[in-house]
Write a protein that binds this ligand. Structure first.
Ligand code: FEO
Length: 397
């Protein structure tokens, strides 16, 4: 049974919730699950916008059939072909053999590669329109938000933007499908964690997309993940602007450390205490061996200040700090200020390695980096205090 969910007259939500998968992309923890959103426009031409993860094909088909019965689907608009949205494509095209697949020039080779060459493809380009009857769809290409073929479909009569991954979030839709049916704050952290880890590398393409979409009057954003936005659109657009420029959402500092026997952690505690004594209210302390990097990266996108600490391990960083540092480097996170500390037992390398990250990413190094041999001494204790104070002053200006 399907409890009908309408975005507008003729436009239906037919998405599914995934409460079973542990890791999205086999990488990112799904503590709150994941929603794969798909939409159906019932007009002279019946149009499906994106599909869902293959595991949920039964629920998906059941919802579609509840809306259109035995009628055929005329178009499948592929805003984004990543398999979390195209998983059901092959079954849909088999069930509806006359269906036309709508995408752009970057979609076609991916469609051919994933599913085999398909002569039902209709290629659209920037600004093209697809007439459906009373309603129509206008297409805008937003490459790299999140893949090169990514585009959005704008429905001008209802002013609904079908936005693909853009403005999506981790988290299932638990009864509330629209943002004003729930406490939207519940989704904001998961929206940032989704943005920063999935799209965060592509700040410049996101800026281009925001610029392109700024010419549209948008009353609703229907993304492929997360709640449908109709009451928090301005706030979400503002957040996307901040995140894609790598600017701070609030004043604060992330302290992330690795520690084997507690000496590096002791340094982190001294530094954090000094941050607090010097006025930093938002201090987010993470042991990288305990907290998955996606949560740490999300807070790194939220706050400008970052302090990283690690022991030297086999002449390198502790492997879990190395993993975080590599992720930040791969994502080319910009516009941060960095404090550095570490410890070693016979040969110090950690501080040097973290310093190299700052140089690669062109981050400002704040204060004097502190590296301890064996256990914390009085002079290094004071050096940690100075580092915390210097970061607080840098953040609070
Ligand atoms: Fe939700 Fe980039 O796929």
């Amino acid at each position: 049974m399907y409890q009908e969910v309408k975005l507008a007259e003729q436009i239906y939500y037919v998405g599914v919730n995934d409460r079973r998968t542990q890791l999205f992309e086999n990488l990112w923890p799904l503590d709150r699950g994941m929603a794969y959103n798909s939409y159906l426009i019932v007009d002279e031409k019946i149009t499906l916008i994106d599909t869902v993860e293959i595991c949920y094909i039964d629920k998906f088909l059941s919802k579609i059939r509840s809306v259109i019965g035995d009628k055929k689907i005329d178009y499948l608009v592929i805003n984004h072909i990543e398999p979390d949205h195209s998983g059901a494509l092959e079954i849909i095209t088999n069930l509806y053999p006359d269906i036309k697949l709508v995408g752009n020039s970057k979609t076609k080779p991916m469609l051919d590669g994933f599913f085999g060459v398909d002569n039902r493809f209709v290629e659209i380009d920037e600004g093209d329109t697809l007439e459906l009857g009373k309603l129509k769809l206008n297409f805008h290409l937003i490459p790299m938000v999140h893949w090169p073929e990514t585009m959005v479909s704008y429905q001008p009569e209802t002013k609904i933007l079908f936005s693909g991954d853009a403005f999506g979030s981790f988290g299932t839709l638990d009864g509330a499908i629209f943002d004003d049916e729930c406490d939207f704050n519940y989704f904001k952290d998961e929206m940032r964690r989704y943005y920063s880890n999935i799209v965060g590398k592509y700040g410049s393409p996101v800026q281009k997309a925001l610029n392109k979409l700024s010419g549209l009057e948008i009353k609703m954003i229907a993304a492929t993940h997360g709640p449908i936005l109709r009451s928090n659109i301005a706030e979400v657009l503002k957040l996307y602007d901040i995140w894609s420029k790598y600017e701070e959402e609030e004043k604060g500092v992330v302290v992330a450390f690795a520690s084997m026997y507690g000496h590096t952690e002791e340094m982190a505690d001294v530094i954090a205490r000094e941050l607090a004594l010097n006025g930093i209210k938002n201090i987010r302390m993470y042991d990288v061996s305990k907290t998955h990097a996606s949560y740490i990266i999300s807070d790194i996108f939220k706050y400008k200040g970052l302090i990283l600490g690690s022991p030297t391990y086999t002449n390198n960083l502790h492997p879990n700090m190395d993993a975080l540092v590599n992720k930040l480097n791969n994502m080319s996170v910009k516009n941060h200020v960095l404090g550095i500390f570490g410890s070693f037992s016979w040969a110090g390398k950690a501080v040097k390695q973290i310093t190299a990250l700052a140089e690669k990413l062109n981050w400002e190094i704040v204060g004097e980096s502190v590296e301890v041999k064996h256990a914390l001494t009085e002079d290094k204790f004071e050096a940690c205090r100075r580092l915390g104070k210097a970061m607080a002053e840098r953040i609070l200006g």
